[in-house]
Design a protein around this ligand. Structure first.
Ligand SMILES: *[C@@H]1O[C@H](CO)[C@@H](O)[C@H](O)[C@H]1NC(C)=O
Ligand SMILES: *[C@@H]1O[C@H](CO)[C@@H](O)[C@H](O)[C@H]1NC(C)=O
Ligand SMILES: *[C@@H]1O[C@H](CO)[C@@H](O)[C@H](O)[C@H]1NC(C)=O
Ligand SMILES: *[C@@H]1O[C@H](CO)[C@@H](O)[C@H](O)[C@H]1NC(C)=O
Length: 493
């Protein structure tokens, strides 16, 4: 069963797609899972390719393409289960094949491990480019059918005995897919660990910034007050040439604020500022691969914001913004709406946005919404980036058909085909963290004993999926243990 060719992992050239990159300025943010911290002595599995149908819902469509996957049989014991990590809105990382909580479960239960990259992300390119006529094949339903065909294919290829139990794992959007895979294909998927998965499609995801604000409050009310005071100063400075110049200098804007600056540029500017908070909160202390941003926590930014010795509130906000700018390796703060739209209009796989920006945007505009607007909390970011700003992006990137009417129908469709919070499944565990904004669209209370929820006080996005660390709070350790027990119970019956 050792079908993997392993190679020694080199520290250079690792993929940097996930994590803060998914916080691309101005766009609706996915919640993507980052990468686990890697023990450098591990070898990583090579890319493998699975031939997949382009369109699972048209029996007369025979075109196929090659989907990337990884396999690790190191922990597999005869008669053991199969674990499948579901890829999401970014490139799949082979690091997950050797690190992470699910690997501990694999050791414990002797599982054979696979990871399947999501169609249209990473190296899994079903079509020649990302034009709109090709993106029609990018849907969660196609992705779920990919999983079904993949399971059938691997059962055959690896001669996996009949009756072997497959358990799916996913965090963030793949967390939704994990739960839905059990729902749609129960004869193939025996159980699912769904971490931080949104189950309710919603156009205006206002609660996102409510949770962000609540998370900042765990530091202090003073932290929120400082942001409010800073924003008030930004509003005022934006109105006058002297203030505009001052802001451009403080925040290192790539272009000046002047008479050429449009309303959408300003919305984009505010949304980018807010994104900084969202990013820090969503990934707060989550044991991701140590990157330059992973040590910037709620504590780090709030300590800066409340420190009056550092200058006026707006100067402190700029200091925080510049800290993240530098950590992300960006030279200046880009707020030009047209520049962002131009990048998202590029249909080439070679382009940077081919790493997921355009594709995820397509899925939000046609399936999920999830637009993180500022309209719920006039306190923190007031009405600086309303729903219209995001709907406009759908129209500007994909065309006039991609408007509010389409979004309303799209979201209703998604909730109808999957059942939203009424999703009726068994052998699924929903895991969420209280400071992860995505919990607001997920199941956090156990009402169905066959599909319990674990709501962890104080943890961020997908925290239970990363490798454990000494700094984990006890409730996180407990959640990891509980999930392990549940998997054990599912495997027994
Ligand atoms: C990395 O893996 C090696 C070999 O399995 C082990 O000896 C070492 O303790 C690990 N290091 C860390 C930091 O976990
Ligand atoms: C984070 O770590 C980097 C080194 O990787 C260090 O230069 C930086 O000062 C740290 N930032 C904070 C806020 O602790
Ligand atoms: C799209 O991106 C690719 C790669 O960055 C670039 O070579 C190409 O010129 C871009 N196309 C357009 C139309 O901007
Ligand atoms: C969550 O943790 C915080 C601080 O650790 C505590 O103050 C709060 O009461 C806890 N909430 C619940 C519901 O346990």
């Amino acid at each position: 069963m050792r079908s993997v060719q392993l190679f020694v992992f080199l520290v250079v050239g690792v993929n940097l797609v996930l994590g803060f990159r998914s916080f691309a300025r101005g766009r609706s943010k996915g919640g993507s899972l980052g990468e686990p911290i890697l023990n450098e002595s591990h070898a990583l599995p090579e890319d493998q390719w699975f031939e997949q149908f382009l369109d699972h819902f048209n029996p007369t469509e025979t075109r196929t393409w090659k989907q990337r996957y990884f396999v690790n049989s190191d922990f597999h014991k005869k008669g053991g289960p199969v674990f499948l990590m579901i890829g999401g809105e970014g490139a799949a990382s082979p690091k997950w094949m050797v690190e992470g909580q699910w690997i501990d479960y694999a050791r414990r239960y002797g599982a054979l491990c696979f990871q399947l990259e999501h169609r249209f992300y990473g190296k899994s390119h079903p079509t020649a480019d990302l034009s709109i006529k090709n993106l029609v094949y990018l849907t969660s339903e196609q992705a779920l059918a990919d999983l079904a065909y993949f399971i059938e294919g691997m059962n055959l290829l690896h001669q996996i005995p009949a009756g072997t139990k497959w358990i799916t794992f996913g965090g963030s959007y793949p967390g939704s897919l994990a739960a839905w895979s059990r729902y749609k294909y129960p004869h193939l998927v025996h159980g699912a660990m769904s971490a931080s998965g949104p189950l309710l499609a919603k156009i205006d995801f206002q609660q996102y910034y409510v949770v962000v604000e609540d998370a900042l409050r765990t530091h202090s009310q003073a932290c929120i007050d400082a942001v409010v005071a800073a924003n008030r100063q930004v509003h005022i400075m934006l109105r006058h040439p002297v203030g505009q110049k001052g802001l451009a200098e403080k925040f290192k804007f790539c272009s000046p604020v002047d008479t050429q600056t449009k309303r959408n540029d300003i919305a984009n500017l505010y949304e980018s500022l807010a994104s900084n908070f969202a990013g820090v909160v969503q990934y707060n202390k989550d044991n991701r691969r140590s990157s330059k941003t992973s040590n910037i926590t709620i504590g780090t930014i709030c300590d800066i914001l409340v420190d009056e010795k550092r200058g006026t509130p707006v100067s402190r906000l700029a200091e925080m913004s510049n800290l993240l700018l530098e950590a992300n390796g960006e030279k200046c703060f880009e707020f030009k709406y047209s520049k962002m739209i131009n990048e998202l209009c590029n249909v080439s796989w070679a382009d940077e946005v081919a790493e997921g920006g355009r594709q995820w945007m397509y899925q939000t505009c046609t399936e999920f919404g999830f637009f993180q607007t500022s309209t719920a909390r006039p306190q923190l970011f007031s009405e600086t980036f309303p729903l219209e700003f995001f709907v406009q992006q759908c129209t500007d990137v994909f065309g006039p058909k991609y408007n509010m009417h389409l979004l309303e129908a799209a979201v209703e469709r998604t909730n109808t085909i999957y059942g939203a919070f009424d999703l009726d499944v068994s052998n699924v565990v929903f895991v969420h963290g209280s400071i992860d904004p995505w919990h607001a669209l997920g199941i956090t209370k156990s009402s169905n004993p066959r599909a319990p929820a674990i709501y962890i006080n104080g943890t961020a996005h997908c925290a239970n999926m990363y490798p454990k660390s000494e700094n984990d709070p006890p409730q996180l350790t407990e959640a990891r243990e509980r999930v392990g027990q549940l998997i054990g119970e599912w495997l027994k019956n």
